[in-house]
Write a protein that binds this ligand. Sequence first.
Ligand SMILES: CC(C)(COP(=O)(O)OP(=O)(O)OC[C@H]1O[C@@H](n2cnc3c(N)ncnc32)[C@H](O)[C@@H]1OP(=O)(O)O)[C@@H](O)C(=O)NCCC(=O)NCCS
Length: 199
Amino acid sequence: MVNDFFNTQNLPTRGDTTTAMSPLSQAIEPDWSREHPRKLWDPTRRLLKCIRRWQALQDRRGVFARIARRYWSLQHLFWGIVTQCELPLATQIGGGLLLPHPNGIVVHPGTSIGPNCLIMNQVTLGQGNAGGVPVIGGWVYFAAGARVIGNITIGDFSIVGLNCVLMQDVPAGGVAVGVPARIRVDPSRLPGNNGTGAS
Ligand SMILES: CC(C)(COP(=O)(O)OP(=O)(O)OC[C@H]1O[C@@H](n2cnc3c(N)ncnc32)[C@H](O)[C@@H]1OP(=O)(O)O)[C@@H](O)C(=O)NCCC(=O)NCCS
C-alpha cells in the first residue's frame, strides 16, 4: 500500500514532474485520481469518498438527501473505525489528499486543507489554546507525528517534519522541524526555482 503511494511520485518534492500538470498547478488543481479507490478494500480512499459524497449532499433538501447523507455518514463511521483516522465529514479538503498510514490522524473539522497534500500517521491538525485552526496550502507534506496547532497558515509546497510541534506560520516552500518548530525556507522546493521542477 505504501509503495502504491510513493511509487507514483506523491511525495511533494519540488513538484511532480511525472504528471501532465505543471508543477505550480499541483498546489492549485486537485488530482482526483489520487483519491479514487483502487480496489474494494481501500480504507483511506473509501473514507475520503464518504466525505466527498456527504459534502455533495450537504445543502440538499428532501427525504432522499437525508437518507443518503445518513448512509454516507454511517459508511464514514465504519471506515473511520477501520482506519483509526479522525477526519470529520465537514473538513474542507481541496482534493487529491493522500493518507498512506491513516492511524492516529486527528483533524479539527474547521481545518482547511489545500489540494494534493499528504498526511502521515499520528498527525494532529487542531485548535490552539487561543482558538483558531490551521489553514493549509497545496502540496504540503506532514511527516509522521507532526502536531500543527492554532490559527496558522502553511504555504504551498511546505514540509512539516517528523514529530514537529508547529504553532507558527510557514511560508511557501518552508520546512519546519523540531519542538517547537524551527522554520527554514527552501526556495528549491518552489516550482521554477530548481533544475527539475521548472515548467
Ligand atoms: C523534515 C525533513 C524532510 C527534513 O529533511 P532535510 O531537509 O533533509 O533536513 P536535514 O536532514 O538536512 O536536517 C537539517 C537539520 O534539521 C534537523 N532535523 C531534520 N529533521 C528533523 C526532525 N524531524 N526533528 C528535529 N530536527 C530535525 C537535522 O538534525 C538538521 O539539524 P542541524 O542543521 O542542526 O544539523 C525530514 O526530517 C523529515 O521529517 N522527513 C520525513 C520522513 C518521512 O516522513 N518518512 C516516512 C516515514 S513512513
